[in-house]
Design a protein around this ligand. Structure first.
Ligand code: ADP
Length: 265
């Protein structure tokens, strides 16, 4: 993984060689700060779940007898949950690397977004266990043209944010409708929302609102990857406030519908 990140920085350096002197200095500085940000963010984010996994495993090894069945189970659950978090993170890093290369392969298949949403919800089952999930996805929803696996990643990243930033017990709504050549999928939560001035930046790599300020752990990559994938599909994605007072987050994405087969009606 790190090798491919290093390769990506290498590519940026190649591009730099072709540019003018002044442009070169600027691009080099940009590449350097990207590399530093990437490495420090990746190391930190890989370490946090690893520390939990090692801690839980050590407890299991050292205090197995004293733990009892429920204690053992709780340690095993920590290992599983943190392992799954690591897995999602590494998936995001891989997607990001492929996006950076322009090497992300997007299949063009007819995709039923209701199934995509179902799979993403199952993936985040445990993270969203404390939230009320409302699905408003009409059976008549038209299929979109795209890559079911990548679109699942997009929905999972958005749901992951709702799980992290919106309080337990609050409602997360997924609604969709098709009009003309596009299907719109809207995911709304009742969390604190994203400040208006930050909204245009949340799709930038490594951007986090009030990073470090008691925020739940995140990488600042989830929405950047979501946007990269949606762009590659020829769709759009934007963030809005759900309520007039600016609270709540609504992520709206549009995707082109799959071409209708057969004669038009
Ligand atoms: P992260 O891994 O930090 O969640 P993202 O790219 O998914 O990265 O999101 C970027 C930032 O946007 C987050 O750090 C958070 O500050 C803000 N954000 C994203 N989704 C939400 C949401 N549903 N509610 C509140 N803030 C959000």
């Amino acid at each position: 993984l790190l090798d491919s990140l290093v390769d990506q920085v290498g590519l940026a350096i190649e591009r730099t060689k072709l540019a003018s002197d002044m442009e070169q200095t600027r691009l080099l500085a940009e590449t350097e700060s990207l590399r530093a940000a990437l490495l420090s963010s990746v190391s930190h984010d890989l370490r946090t779940p690893l520390v939990s996994i090692i801690g839980a495993a050590t407890t299991l090894v050292d205090a197995d007898e004293a733990l009892g069945t429920s204690g053992r189970r709780s340690m095993a659950e920590t290992i599983r949950d943190e392992g799954e978090r690591l897995n999602r993170y590494v998936q995001n890093l891989l997607d990001m690397t492929r996006l950076g290369y322009g090497a992300l392969k997007v299949a063009r298949q007819p995709v039923d977004l209701r199934e995509v949403v179902g799979r993403a919800l199952r993936r985040l089952d445990r993270d969203l266990a404390g939230h009320r999930i409302v699905r408003d996805l009409p059976a008549s929803l038209r299929e979109v043209s795209g890559d079911a696996g990548l679109l699942e990643q997009v929905v999972a990243n958005i749901l992951d944010n709702a799980a992290k930033y919106a309080p337990r017990g609050s409602q997360v709504t997924l609604s969709a409708d098709s009009s003309g050549d596009a299907v719109t999928l809207t995911i709304t939560d009742e969390g604190p929302g994203i400040p208006e001035s930050d909204r245009p930046h949340v799709f930038d790599m490594f951007f986090r609102v009030r990073a470090g300020d008691g925020q739940p752990g995140g990488t600042g990559l989830g929405l950047a990857i979501a946007k990269g994938i949606i762009d590659a599909h020829g769709g759009t994605i934007r963030a809005e406030a759900a309520q007039k007072d600016g609270s709540g987050t609504r992520i709206v994405l549009t995707l082109p519908t799959a071409a209708l087969s057969g004669a038009p009606v």
